[in-house]
Design a protein around this ligand. Structure first.
Ligand code: GLY
Length: 332
């Protein structure tokens, strides 16, 4: 928790243009406790645990944070048991699996794909958009065309389990309703995966990927591929990712807001909390939705906050490998 004094100190430091990370030595060790803060990788929900392990393999051997976050989120993208990301994701109301993803590096580079069908790893297509095109975002058929031209293979992403869930939904009144912590309803507790990492050299990068809301309208795109909404990284400050009902995140440009609040001296948790409170103040019906923000400063300090109980994040460092429960604005 931040006292008034630490807040004033951070704010004064931010106003004076002094780095808010001065308590951390080069190399990622805390001056006071000696704790090694980076390399570090964090990601949303319990599917972040295996995803972090893939990212950690790269980070621990001195690899680049961008390679780490891409490799990390590819784990749930390929896992059919994760029904909110990539292959095996729940389809839209027309039975089509449509994927959204984006990626950012420490220099402000950004790539994104939206409404992409038939490609198992949208995050890798997003990275290629960043690295090989003059654009930030490709969508729908154009994104698919770009992926195929770059060697990606067309696949059927609708698994039998996802098809069964869709067929069951077709027998309902077919009204779209937000489902809080959606995977609780199906099998596990997870949703979009957003991942942030700081590598040994202090570079911070992030990735975000999802199949979006289950049974959404065909053509609906959420916050996850929107730079500044589902993900934002500023190499001078840190990064943030969002999970939950994308419409509310987009309306408040949530991840950008979190990073800007950290730039102005808030701790990662304070910044995430203020971004959730912005939704509370601006959007009626907020209590029907889960929103989770996860933030990582470039010095390796982490924080998160959510709208409803049930959100957690996974962290991996040389001494930590765990799921961390997150405080919420609503009590239930
Ligand atoms: N946060 C994921 C989505 O709304 O699509």
């Amino acid at each position: 928790m931040t006292t008034r004094r630490t807040f004033i100190r951070r704010t004064a430091a931010a106003i004076a243009g002094v780095s808010v990370i001065s308590r951390v030595e080069a190399g990622g060790r805390r001056e006071d406790s000696g704790e090694q803060l980076f390399p570090v990788v964090v990601s949303t929900w319990n599917h972040g645990l295996p995803a972090n392990e893939a990212a950690w393999e790269i980070l621990r051997s001195g690899g680049y944070a961008l390679d780490a976050v891409e490799a990390g989120v590819k784990i749930p993208e390929a896992d059919p048991a994760v029904m909110t990301v990539g292959y095996g994701g729940l389809p839209d109301r027309d039975g089509k699996v449509t994927l959204d993803a984006c990626i950012m590096d420490e220099k402000g580079g950004a790539g994104s794909v939206t409404f992409l069908q038939h490609i198992k790893h949208p995050i890798s297509v997003a990275r290629l958009v960043m690295e090989k095109t003059p654009h930030v975002m490709l969508s729908g058929d154009g994104a698919l065309q770009f992926a195929l031209a770059n060697g990606f293979r067309k696949e059927n992403l609708l698994t039998d389990a996802a098809k069964k869930a869709w067929k069951a939904w077709l027998k309902t009144d077919r009204t779209f309703r937000p489902v809080v912590n959606i995977e609780n309803e199906i099998r596990q507790n997870h949703d979009t995966i957003g991942m942030l990492a700081v590598d040994r050299r202090g570079n911070i990068c992030g990735a975000c990927t999802t199949s979006g809301m289950a049974f959404k309208m065909h053509g609906r795109v959420g916050d996850s591929p929107i730079i500044g909404a589902g993900l934002f990284v500023d190499g001078d400050v840190g990064g943030a990712v969002a999970t939950g009902s994308g419409e509310l995140v987009m309306k408040t440009v949530g991840s950008f807001l979190v990073v800007e609040l950290m730039r102005n001296g808030r701790s990662p948790e304070e910044a995430c909390r203020e971004a959730v409170e912005r939704i509370v103040h601006k959007i009626p019906g907020y209590h029907e939705h889960q929103i989770g923000y996860l933030a990582l400063q470039k010095d390796g300090q982490v924080g998160a906050y959510c709208m409803k109980p049930g959100f957690d994040y996974a962290i991996r460092t040389d001494s930590r490998k765990e799921l961390v429960p997150v405080a919420s604005y609503c009590s239930e």
